[in-house]
Unconditional design. Sequence first.
Length: 406
Amino acid sequence: MIERHEYLNELQKWKNEKVIKVVTGLRRCGKSTLLSMFQEQLLKSGTAKEQIISINFEDLQYETLKDYSALYRHVTERLCRDRMNYIFLDEIQMVQDFQKAVDSLYIRDNVDLYITGSNAYLLSGELATLLSGRYVEIRMLPLSFREYCELKGSGEGDALFSEYMRYGALPYIAAMDDPASKADVYLEGIYNTIIVKDIELRQQRRENDPNKRKITDMTLLRNIARFLAESVGSPVSVKSISDYITSTGRKISQNTVNDYVEALIEPYIFYPAERFDIKGKQLLKQNHKLYIVDLGLRRHLVPKRNYDLGHSLENLVYLELLRRGFTVMIGKAGSAEVDFVAKKGDNILYFQVAASLIEESTFVREFAPLKAIADNYPKTILTLDHFTPGNYDGITVANAVDWLLE
């Protein structure tokens, strides 16, 4: 088991603050383990066992607590008076009207509340309105390459990186023996669980809303997921997806496509990256990109003949920038495109990603968009080759594996 130091530090930073700590992310990315590790830290620091109340709603023993009023009674009956109580509610979205229990627990004295969820609607709609300004979100991703190497303990960097790209970064896969024979079965199980459980919850949310379409065609959902996985690193629009589905012999409206894409974004399978006009300093509305949360899932979804190294590397860089706390957008510099504009506070970084820069034409093509940017913020090209790293007229070329290990 590997300690997720960055996430544990975030929980420690917010400990005892009067805000709800909300950990979000894909199923099986390590949220439950994170809460367990944090509880161990609490016990080691002198917190008594009776001060900790922990409920995982995927565990059948808590089935009766999936009613918000029953949950509230269960927790409040166990609160310690005059001492801080640490309450952990794992996969809270499985509780009907959970926001009512969460809000009522939040307003009590001596309650430090931590919740996790595997669906983005956890922080949308009524809960976001109810808890506005009263929660902090900690967005959890599968293992970084640095964490992956720490878990493996030994091995050559390039060999581990190849394994990391092939099988992905979900903690259980990273820890398993012989992933070549097991990874696909495990990934299929996770994917089916996400599709079945999260879509079912989505249906329940929309039962009373006649304006929202239900997700009923699982074959269509899987086809759109496959198309998006193949299109990682390329601009996509609702129209382009609709045209693709139509080309397979089935007519579909753009509104339906939009609902199905939302259904794949909500459970954190895909992450959208908006386009940003660097010169005009504004977001653009069309042709954003979608990146997949794990390359193991991408390999599972995409036929081998359509699998490409460059876009997979771009996907990894996108996720790593998110881990490092950046807001990540696709840059437009005149007619050229910059792979990533990464913003954190007043800091801006520009990135291009290329599997190799050895070919002169590739070298020139990747440099051109960065040279077209007039400001002086740092500009970097990340590549897998070991021959071109260096500084070229103020533009840094770095080996991607080394950068991921920073």
